[in-house]
Design a protein around this ligand. Structure first.
Ligand code: FE2
Ligand code: FE2
Length: 282
């Protein structure tokens, strides 16, 4: 289908017509609504039937997966003898969740690096490939840390735990956005921001669970990873917010907004400086 171009925007990019809105042509819009009303549904039933079907499946109570078992555990051993009780199963489930997330996180940033190298932009607010590589390497380190922790606790790091399954499905959208050749750097940052927000909460929770169950060393490792994740989040948030502000209000207005913001934050107290941004200024 031939694309309709109505002009040019800064940078020589074509301005295409977005025809997704119904208000672009009210007459055809009304015709469309009338057509939908007159169309006979292709299948029987309605929303109510769908709700009943869903409720029936939910009442069956089938789990999304089962908790992992110890690698060398004997079936005759009691939980006290093997040291593998329900609490350990929950910890291994959550470790498996973070493992799945960090694996996906590494792939997410690998795709981001590829995107930024393929379409370098002049925007100084955007991250550089080195900034992203730094985060990517830390995601991989976190993955290895979790792999080792699972093995040391007597688990199997290749097991797909129920929470890992859920995390895998959740993070799938971010990877799709990142690897889509049509998405911009700002849109890729939006996907990374969502991932980092979830990742931060995930590490915080894992640290708490490890502490509560008496795994002090693991809790310390989680605290360190959480600290690094906080830096990722801060950087991604800053890059995205600056890029959107630049695009929306222009560089001059953004400088004023940023100055206002930094005045506010300096009043709130000194905020931790972004290590990655510091590296770029060298
Ligand atoms: Fe991570
Ligand atoms: Fe991260």
């Amino acid at each position: 289908m031939e694309k309709e171009v109505i002009g040019e925007i800064a940078g020589g990019q074509e301005l295409l017509v977005n025809r997704t809105g119904i208000l672009l042509n009210p007459e055809l819009g009304a015709e469309l609504i009338q057509g939908a009303k007159e169309t006979i549904p292709s299948s029987e039933g309605n929303g109510e039937n769908m709700e009943m079907e869903r409720a029936e499946y939910a009442q069956e109570g089938l789990p999304i997966g089962s908790y992992p078992s110890p690698v060398n555990g004997s079936e005759t051993e009691s939980p006290e003898e093997s040291g593998f009780d329900g609490r350990m199963a929950v910890l291994l489930d959550k470790l498996g969740e973070r493992l799945a997330f960090e694996r996906q996180g590494t792939r997410l940033y690998e795709a981001f690096i590829q995107k930024i190298e393929a379409m370098p932009i002049e925007d100084t607010d955007a991250p550089g490939a080195d900034d992203l590589r730094h985060i990517c390497n830390e995601e991989l380190e976190h993955f290895k840390l979790l792999q080792q922790a699972i093995v040391e606790l007597g688990g199997d790091a290749t097991v797909q735990t129920p929470s890992a399954d859920v995390a895998g499905v959740l993070s799938h959208g971010a990877l799709q956005i990142m690897s889509d050749p049509r998405t911009t750097i700002a849109q890729a940052l939006q996907a990374a921001l969502n991932a980092e927000l979830a990742d931060n909460d995930g590490w915080n929770m894992l640290q708490e669970v490890s502490e509560q169950l008496g795994h002090t060393d693991l809790a310390k490792q989680c605290a360190k990873a959480y600290e690094e994740e906080q830096e990722h989040l801060e950087n991604v948030r800053t890059w995205l917010s600056n890029m959107i502000l630049s695009e929306a209000v222009g560089q001059e207005a953004q400088t004023k907004t940023t100055a206002k913001r930094s005045n506010k934050s300096s009043r709130r107290g000194a905020k931790k400086k972004s290590g990655s941004n510091k590296r770029r200024k060298k």
